[in-house]
Write a protein that binds this ligand. Structure first.
Ligand SMILES: Cc1cc2nc3c(=O)[nH]c(=O)nc-3n(C[C@H](O)[C@H](O)[C@H](O)COP(=O)(O)OP(=O)(O)OC[C@H]3O[C@@H](n4cnc5c(N)ncnc54)[C@H](O)[C@@H]3O)c2cc1C
Ligand SMILES: *[C@@H]1O[C@H](CO)[C@@H](O)[C@H](O)[C@H]1NC(C)=O
Ligand SMILES: *[C@@H]1O[C@H](CO)[C@@H](O)[C@H](O)[C@H]1NC(C)=O
Length: 495
């Protein structure tokens, strides 16, 4: 039978024949948008499409899972990238976010707010003798936060130059005072930056509900609530997924889009690992929210600390950094790197730890103190200084060394495709990423992303460490700290 699955090896371009069934594991941004894009393609008109997720779509408010990266009060929507390819892709996405004429448009009903983005860094030039450090693969130079901010500035200025109205909405802020003026809270942060009023933020949970409705309305996608414990295989072919209750879902092609959990199902050999990022929420009064109504999103690239303007009287403070890893020894080993390799049950894998499975989980004190520092600097109102967080959360990225996504056929298993490696910045692509995933499934991956998103580890390079350090220039902090180490430091401090 000639299916996509049987043509997945070798990976060179071949005539693509759509599989008769596709199983998508995970209903976050990657999984759900892929389902919608498949339904919209004529080539897949005869393909049956199933989405399985730990959460139950028939239960209101629980779909996708509340601990999925795609579910939260807000996510930044920006084309502000140091990498021009992502700037261009985000520009495509923004055209969709900006649609809000009809209630059913993506950006309507409060799902998208073009509040502006203030990106700041430190303008201290690097020491003159310091050569740019090489990243792990030795190919790309490692960027600093300021490098990132400056390259991003160049990219958004170039993007906006196509339209004078857009161009007028981007302005350089060369000093702390200029930053203070643009922030409008009385606070400032960093010493150089820019404001881009063409960026904003989205209500993530509401946007996921919108996406789910779009998929549901097609009537073409079968949703299965359930937890995948392992992938099924026969010989060198993946044939489906086994659920915790013993059921087996079979398909010609399995697309694993399980976010930061992916490494628990497929051995990613160090190409992507789960890193935990911290968030804190503070309740505001109606009056306080009103005072922040014109505040832009602010992101300090020297530290990764950022604040998103409040909604429903909740203010969110977060940190986009190297994050914590959480090496976990799994009972069910993931699918090995190739059919000839035995599973490696003893190798710990960094996997998410969330409040869904660990109800008493809290963020390390170090992180809470950092979030508070951001609040005091960016919104220096005495009334807020010590107001307790109403909620804190660990949210997990699937981090790759370069910050590029991992969207490709598996090189050694037939019938297996992965769509993950979100590296903490995929939400904004909700309206466009599914289409690109399907292009890659159809072996027509966009040229500018083919290398970036490719599966990179061959068998020979297998067995890389559990830790991956993302060096796209947007990260800072201490790399490689485990969540347990950070939490242990708290208890030492208390003694
Ligand atoms: C704190 C934080 C802030 C962020 N800020 C931004 C931002 O400002 N802008 C931006 O663009 N992006 C941002 N991101 C990144 C963005 O949210 C993610 O890139 C995106 O949501 C990833 O989507 P996903 O589909 O890969 O993963 P997820 O949304 O995590 O989806 C994975 C799904 O797989 C399911 N699953 C996992 N394992 C199994 C299993 N074994 N069986 C069944 N189902 C399973 C889960 O239930 C989940 O629904 C942020 C992320 C975090 C954590
Ligand atoms: C913001 O960046 C500056 C340097 O650019 C740094 O000194 C400061 O601590 C940062 N502030 C926060 C809250 O991250
Ligand atoms: C961005 O928007 C804010 C709020 O509307 C406005 O005060 C500011 O002047 C704008 N800045 C630019 C550069 O357009």
């Amino acid at each position: 039978m000639a299916t996509a699955a049987s043509s997945s090896i070798p990976p060179s371009a071949q005539q693509f024949l759509p599989p008769s069934s596709i199983l998508i594991v995970g209903s976050g941004v990657f999984g759900l948008s892929t389902a919608l894009a498949l339904v919209r393609r004529d080539a897949f008109a005869q393909t049956s499409i199933t989405v399985v997720d730990r959460s139950d779509p028939s239960q209101p408010g629980t779909f996708p899972s509340s601990d999925a990266a795609s579910v939260d009060t807000s996510r930044i929507i920006r084309a502000d990238y140091a990498d021009a390819a992502y700037t261009a892709l985000a520009d495509e996405a923004q055209a969709q976010w900006r649609k809000q004429d009809k209630p059913t448009d993506l950006g309507a009903q409060g799902r998208y707010h073009e509040a502006g983005l203030l990106l700041v860094g430190d303008d201290t030039p690097p020491a003159p003798t310091a050569a740019p450090p090489a990243s792990q693969d030795g190919l790309k130079p490692k960027l600093t936060g300021l490098d990132y901010a400056r390259m991003s500035w160049a990219n958004v200025v170039s993007l906006a130059s196509k339209d004078p109205q857009l161009a007028a909405r981007v302005r350089e802020l060369p000093s702390p005072d200029a930053i203070r003026d643009a922030l409008g809270t009385g606070g400032s942060s960093g010493s150089w930056g820019y404001i881009n009023n063409n960026s904003g933020w989205a209500n993530a949970a509401a946007s996921m509900n919108w996406l789910f409705d779009q998929v549901k309305q097609t009537g073409r996608v079968h949703f299965v609530p359930g937890t995948v414990v392992s992938l099924e295989r026969t010989g060198d072919t993946v044939t489906g997924a086994k659920l915790s209750d013993g059921r087996v879902l079979s398909a010609d092609l399995v697309v694993v889009a399980a976010g930061a959990w992916t490494g628990g199902l497929v051995d990613l050999a160090g190409q992507a690992v789960a890193t935990g990022q911290v968030l804190g929420y503070i309740d505001l009064t109606e009056e306080e929210q009103e005072k922040l109504a014109k505040m832009p999103v602010i992101l300090n690239l020297s530290t990764g600390l950022f604040i998103i303007p409040p909604t429903d009287r909740v203010l969110k403070i977060a940190r986009h950094a190297y994050g914590y890893i959480n090496p976990t020894t799994v009972t069910n080993p993931p699918l090995p790197l190739s059919p000839s390799q035995p599973p490696a049950p003893q190798t710990p894998i960094s996997l998410p730890r969330t409040a869904a499975t660990h109800p008493s989980l809290s963020i390390p004190a170090e992180a809470a103190a950092d979030l508070r520092r951001a609040l005091r600097e960016m919104i220096p109102w005495p009334a807020l200084h010590d107001r307790p967080f109403t909620k804190t959360r660990l949210c997990w990225y699937s981090d790759t060394p370069t910050g590029d996504f991992l969207i490709d056929y598996h090189p050694h298993w037939r019938g297996l495709f992965v769509a993950t490696g979100d590296s903490g910045h995929a939400f904004k692509f909700l309206p466009v990423i599914g289409d690109k995933v399907v292009d890659c499934i159809a072996r027509n991956c966009p040229a500018e992303f083919r290398e970036k998103w490719a599966w990179k580890v061959t068998e020979a390079k297998a067995g890389l460490p559990v830790n991956v350090v993302t060096e796209d220039g947007s990260r800072s902090g201490k790399a490689g700290v485990t969540l347990d180490q950070a939490l242990a430091e708290d208890s030492q401090r208390e003694v």
